[in-house]
Design a protein around this ligand. Structure first.
Ligand SMILES: Cc1ncc(COP(=O)(O)O)c(C=O)c1O
Length: 383
């Protein structure tokens, strides 16, 4: 008899958006056009300066292994980014380059928590947090949030969570695009620091902001772990490069973990990421387009019955309450795709308890696609 799948792997949920993407691909293969509002990635390539650096590295570098914690030049450049962007002094020693932010989560969790520890996080939230936690024998503790608290964790919710070892905060958030203010992040960090709870701040959508200001956890706590990536603002999803900023005492433990898990992060991607910091004009242009897309959808979707939208402060998502239209968001998204040719992500991916009444709309595509999506949805809802 074959050995059964481990309980850890068996407890990991699928990412339902992948099913939507497969159904969309099928529809396209049958000759239909689909407007992709389900994808959580920029529709643009890496900035030109980064691509030039990639070509130069291919021509001039051996592309061998590099130091486990990352190329020194890239760690220094990321540290400088904290001075330039937040006015915060971060030593390059504390910066650890990772394989996307996804590669940073297991390192951060393993360095901070022991099996069985409880880690709090907002619902709705990015599903991989809970799935990675489950795979590491850690317990995800949902903090139910609402539009009133901008779908972000609050100290009041933490007080009710029972004993926890960690808190994950994502601002701007996926799937809502909402943010915590500096005062709120400070209060959360102080609450955590006073109780030896590790704050893990996912800052992957920093740089893609329309309203308000982003605060990095490095500004408000010496004990927090910051997770970030070149995937979103820097438009480099497939290059798989991100970073952590960790407290001094975690550098060496994470170095040992990452040496053994990964040896090093893809070298070509690190050369490319280093030069991405020189592509800011181009990248800021993408952010202006996202803002135009957001404004267009906020203005146009109510006429299609999608009138309960969370106005994103950042990232490129709108979270829609569709509980007046369906009690099965999976089925609703399936019908929207089949009948209107518009792909979105059912809320069950982000909130297992309440996601049957919500969906996520990504506006990372072109403005013409957003216009076409509004046109199609208006027509669909009139049928
Ligand atoms: C909130 C959040 N964190 C992390 C990630 C992972 O991104 P990556 O591994 O490409 O850095 C994503 C991707 O969608 C995300 O939305």
């Amino acid at each position: 008899m074959a050995r059964p799948v481990s309980r850890r792997a068996g407890g990991v949920d699928p990412f339902i958006v992948m099913d939507v993407m497969a159904a969309a691909a099928e529809k396209e293969a049958a000759g239909d056009t689909v407007i992709h509002l389900e994808v959580g990635q920029p529709s643009t390539p890496a900035p030109r300066a980064a691509l030039a650096a990639a070509h130069a590295a291919l021509d001039g570098d051996r592309i061998g292994y590099v130091a486990a914690l990352g190329m020194p030049a890239l760690r220094e450049r990321i540290a400088r980014h904290y001075r330039d962007t937040y006015g915060a002094e971060v030593s390059p020693e504390r910066v650890i380059v990772t394989t996307g932010s996804s590669g940073g989560f297991p390192l951060a969790f393993l360095a901070s928590f022991d099996a069985g520890d409880r880690v709090a996080l907002a619902a709705p939230g990015y599903p991989a947090y809970r799935n990675i936690l489950a795979a590491l024998n850690l317990e995800a503790v949902d903090l139910p949030t609402s539009a009133a608290d901008r779908f972000q964790p609050t100290v009041a919710a933490l007080e009710k969570a029972g004993p926890i070892a960690g808190l994950i905060v994502a601002s701007p958030s996926n799937p809502t695009g909402t943010m915590v203010s500096r005062a709120e992040l400070t209060a959360l960090a102080q609450w955590c620091d006073a109780r030896d709870v590790r704050l893990i701040s996912d800052e992957i959508y920093h740089g893609i902001v329309y309203e308000g200001e982003t605060t990095s956890a490095v500004e408000v706590s010496d004990h927090a772990i910051v997770v970030n990536s070149f995937s979103k603002y820097f438009s480099m999803t497939g290059w798989r490069v991100g970073w952590l900023v960790v407290p001094d005492e975690l550098v060496r433990p994470i170095e040992r973990l990452t040496q053994n898990f990964f040896i090093s992060v893809p070298t070509l991607s690190q050369h490319t990421a280093l030069a991405a910091f020189d592509g800011r004009d181009e990248l800021d242009g993408h952010v202006r387009r996202y803002k135009a897309n957001r404004d267009l959808l906020l203005a146009g979707l109510p006429a299609a019955g999608l009138d309960r939208l969370t106005p994103a402060q950042g990232a490129f998502y709108l979270y829609a309450d569709v509980s007046h239209l369906t009690n099965d968001s999976r089925d609703f998204c399936k019908r929207m795709l089949a009948e209107a040719g518009v792909a979105t992500t059912p809320g069950v991916d982000f909130d297992r308890a309440r996601g049957a009444g919500t969906l996520r709309i990504s506006f990372a595509g072109s403005t013409a696609e957003m216009e076409e999506a509004v046109r199609r949805l208006k027509q669909w809802r009139r049928v």
